[in-house]
Design a protein around this ligand. Structure first.
Ligand code: HEM
Length: 401
């Protein structure tokens, strides 16, 4: 509530282009890490402090590293390298085989598992080294992310640079990071069995957690970013209506569903079938859509239905995003720019999806399609964040009127 009284003092002095929220007050979001973080009594925007800036870079570094590991993870999956390291050794696994004897031992362990026996019989040592490389890189990057997070964390904490809220955010990220490590292990286990294919559902969970960690890093960074937190009085009246809120919710729900079904398409290798567009081998509704019973099961385990759903949701998502862009035309410039970028990016993503399918999932396009989804998620969060700031500022102004 202290924040609202600060606003009241400030709103009296406001000109059309002075900040309504200079940073942080509602629910502890902060453009600075100082106690009054936000607005001084003259209504001027506060200078972002050094702690908040450093912590923002730290969160952003986390997001960049998650993005990199997503790309390497995509290559690992598409080169079918994910089951090449059959042990789980968080510490000693850092050292790869260093001589021919160690390589032979590693290859022998791989040869004992069904993936080699059923799918890769006769694989040469150089082919094994290739798939080993991608899985090894993926695991090393995961460890590196842990260090990039831990070392600055210890320093920030020892210097008492965190606000209470940022400390909790860091804890949440550590928790999600550990959960992701576990999920990666659990996913690999599903492929080291008689049927040597990774479970599409565990893959979807692994990908969704990667999006969650990336999204949390971006969101927490925006909370310390005056560019996103500051709202000027002139801009609060557009982009805050119920139509806008509904359109935004629609985009968010469709986006989340689309990412999960994208992972199911990838996990089921459904992109290698029905490589035509806009119809599926001449059908809008292929006859194989409802072969499993009960009918809802098809959405999860029938590759035809999984691909069909991804096409359908993708199309709805593109339309809903178009609507959001249209509604943003009079919003404040940052909201308008982020919404426009989302719309343009979504159109590109749609085309990338279509070409990934038409060209039978080349590794490059598969990876770019996946990476673009993560970029779009970051932009979508920026739209949500900015919209919330404007809505809150509008409420404050209404209260003080
Ligand atoms: C417009 C919004 C779209 C979004 C946000 C989106 C997102 C995704 C995501 C996150 C994946 C999972 C990638 C992975 O785990 O490697 C995926 C996979 C895939 N998507 Fe989309 N997609 C969209 C549209 C489309 C469209 C319109 C098509 C085709 C008509 C399409 C075709 C595919 C295919 C074939 C895959 C599997 C690629 C693979 O096996 O690696 N996507 N999509």
């Amino acid at each position: 509530m202290a924040g609202v009284s600060v606003y009241h003092r400030v709103v009296d002095f406001m000109e059309q282009n002075t900040p309504v929220s200079g940073g942080a007050k509602p629910r502890g979001d902060s453009g600075t890490n100082t106690p009054e973080s936000g607005i001084n009594s003259s209504g001027a925007a506060p200078a972002p402090d050094r702690n908040a800036t450093l912590i923002r870079y730290w969160f952003l570094a986390g997001a960049v590293m998650v993005f990199l590991i997503l790309i390497v993870g995509g290559i690992t999956r598409l080169t079918q390298s994910g089951l090449s390291i059959v042990d789980w050794k968080p510490i000693s696994g850092v050292i790869p085989p260093l001589n021919e004897t160690q390589w032979e031992a590693e290859f022998d362990r791989y040869r004992a598992f069904p993936e080699y026996q059923q799918r890769n019989k006769g694989m040469s040592m150089s082919e094994f080294k290739f798939i080993f490389f991608w899985e090894y890189l993926h695991r090393m990057l995961a460890r590196a992310i842990g260090f990039v997070f831990l070392i600055p964390f210890i320093w920030f904490a020892s210097q008492r640079m965190f606000t209470r809220r940022q400390f909790k955010q860091a804890m949440l990220l550590f928790f999600l990071g550990f959960a992701q490590g576990f999920m990666g292990w659990y996913m690999v286990q599903s492929g080291l069995v008689d049927n040597p294919y990774v479970s599409p559902f565990r893959l979807a969970a692994h990908l969704s957690l990667a999006f969650a960690i990336f999204g949390a890093c971006i969101w927490f960074a925006m909370e310390t970013w005056p560019r996103f937190t500051r709202v000027v009085k002139a801009s609060v009246h557009h982009g805050t209506g119920s139509w806008y809120r509904s359109a935004l919710w629609m985009v968010v729900i469709l986006f989340v569903v689309q990412v999960v079904w994208g992972a199911l398409v990838a996990g089921h290798k459904a992109g290698y079938f029905f490589n035509t567009f806009p119809t599926m081998e001449g059908y809008w509704l292929p006859p194989q859509l409802w072969t499993s019973t009960p009918a809802w099961v098809n959405f999860f385990d029938n590759i035809v239905t999984v691909q069909w759903t991804h096409r359908l949701i993708g199309t709805l998502l593109l339309l809903a995003t178009g609507g959001l862009v249209w509604l943003s035309r009079r919003a404040d410039s940052l909201l308008k720019t982020t919404a426009l970028s989302l719309g343009a990016g979504m159109a590109v993503q749609y085309l990338l999806g279509v070409f990934t399918l038409l060209l039978h999932v080349p590794i490059s396009l598969g990876v770019i399609h996946q990476a673009t989804a993560m970029v779009l998620f970051g932009i979508l969060l920026a739209v949500i964040f900015r919209h919330r700031r404007i809505t809150r500022a509008a409420a404050v102004l209404r209260q003080s009127a």
